[in-house]
Design a protein around this ligand. Sequence first.
Ligand SMILES: [Zn+2]
Length: 319
Amino acid sequence: MFYAETKGELARMMPDSECCIISELSAIARSCGRLEMRQCDGESLPVFEISTENAAFARKIMAFVRNVFRFKPKVRFTSRKRGLPGNKYTVELPCDADTLRMLQDIGVISQKRGGVSLRNGIPWSLLSKQCCLRSYLRGVFLARGYVQNPEKEYHMEVMTDSLTHAEGIVRIAESFDVMPRIASRKKGHMVYVKGGDDVAQLLRVMGAHSAVLTLESVRVLRSVRGDVNRVVNCETANLTKAVDAGLAQVTAIRKIDEIIGLGSLSPGLQEIARLRLANPEMTLRELGRMLSPPISKSAVNHRMRRLIQTAERLSGNVG
Ligand SMILES: [Zn+2]
């Protein structure tokens, strides 16, 4: 859900300036475009295709090409079998000079000896402005990105087939104070971040403001939940310790009573011993307050230690 909403929000977002459209289209074409050379009227020209399951994203690509490069791509629609998700929209850029010019302008191809191929790295010359760097990140995320539901885990990633491209994406993210890592796999290179701060910052950089709000509210809930758990655990631990200590004191006092009688203790010790026997569950502070005049927690603690030492000495003598 979170992923679909984030992707939808970014797909519907139209950059204001042409520089940003070019950057975003460049990222999209580099990340998920497929280039094929075909012979047209004796000339070798590229056919370029971008496939996606997301209708809003397909519409965005169409709008980019139409508004900036002034030609209209075709869209092929392939529907899956009934009941299965995953209709596919393929934006098809025809085999002509317009397509070649567009691919050159967005910096995704290199031409060598008449052959055209996809470039490995990032077209830095297009990305001199911060707005364009943001747009580039948005493009790679829309094309091959994923963000995990923050209630499960803070994780965001983009895939690319080129290590140089992956390293370029890391450099762009670093310019916004996020330090992603790269994991290379058989199926490609994954650039990813973990941690709520980094995921939130990247969403913010890409302009996914609703997603940032959702993420932040989940974070607040998660941290409140964590705090409550910590407090409960901590209180349980303290309580257990207090109960154990209280029981040990009661046992010691009973032993003294059995062997020498409580009456043989000094008045101060006698007083606290009787109070403890009558109130095994009370804290030391509460016991101290019941005496008149009241005494401090540490004074009660001191007397309890003397009672326990006495009991130990007595059982040593007896046993
Ligand atoms: Zn720009």
